[in-house]
Design a protein around this ligand. Structure first.
Ligand SMILES: [Zn+2]
Length: 249
């Protein structure tokens, strides 16, 4: 028997889903590409709104070009429900293992957003420098893949590495990945997209402040906690603006 042919039966679907949820996932990819958070690589996903043990992620394509038909459903071991010959992201395990570990998370963005990467390879910690990035308060973990698997190509190629990354993320909203990128999570796609964009913005602003020299006054604990606990977060306001940019003819 050919050992490369899986004898396992594909997982069953979590059932029908509101087309708007899939459209928003496609939109999220286009927005993140437009905002230079995702480039030719990186991906975002949502948990199935009606089945906690399924999620949606596009086939392996650049985020700027994906369409509704490219969205695939997976179980939390990142097995496809209905592959139909479509190529899968090597790093789909990031999503499945975070959804397993974090029942509160319904959307995940994995990016290589460029300004964040230097903070993953130096001793400079990424810290909240303005009110828009208060969600970084309390420390941003940095996943060291070498601790989990020694010498690798730095990609999250299986469930074991996905689980190790989810463990580093812990209860936080953002986790850096040393020499690779980061993951941002949220209770919905708008929040995860907001966090991915403002993680990149914060990294840029922090580097500019560091270049000016002298001590930097980051948000204090009381400040970022007050902002994080606000009920009127208005994530839909920038979402509408970002959407406008990518849906204009
Ligand atoms: Zn990656």
């Amino acid at each position: 028997m050919n050992q490369h042919v899986s004898s396992s039966v594909p997982p069953v679907s979590g059932g029908p889903v509101d087309p708007k949820a899939i459209e928003d996932l496609v939109l999220a990819s286009h927005i993140l590409a437009d905002q230079n958070v995702l480039d030719g690589f990186g991906h975002c996903s949502i948990r199935h709104p009606n089945a906690k043990d399924r999620f949606f992620l596009s086939a392996s394509l650049s985020p700027a070009v994906i369409a509704v038909d490219d969205i695939m459903e997976y179980d939390l071991d990142s097995n496809p429900v209905d592959q139909r010959g479509r190529k899968m992201f090597l790093e789909r395990f990031i999503h499945g293992e975070i959804y397993k570990a974090r029942p509160d998370v319904n959307a995940v963005v994995h990016s290589h957003s460029p300004t964040v990467i230097p903070f993953s390879v130096t001793t400079h910690e990424l810290k909240p420098i303005c009110h828009m990035s208060a969600f970084l308060g309390g420390g941003v973990p940095n996943f060291e893949i070498h601790d989990a698997a020694q010498v690798t190509d730095l990609l999250i190629r299986d469930n074991y590495l996905g689980r190790a990354l989810a463990h580093s993320l812990g209860h936080r909203d953002v986790c850096l990945m040393r020499g690779h990128g980061n993951v941002c999570v949220g209770p919905d796609i708008m929040t995860a997209v907001y966090r991915a964009i403002y993680t990149e913005v914060n990294a840029r602003l922090q580097m500019q402040a560091m270049a000016l020299g002298g001590p930097i006054r980051y948000l204090a604990q009381g400040e970022y906690e007050l902002i994080q606990n606000r009920s009127d977060k208005n994530f839909d306001r920038p979402w509408r603006m970002w959407k406008e940019r990518v849906t204009k003819a």
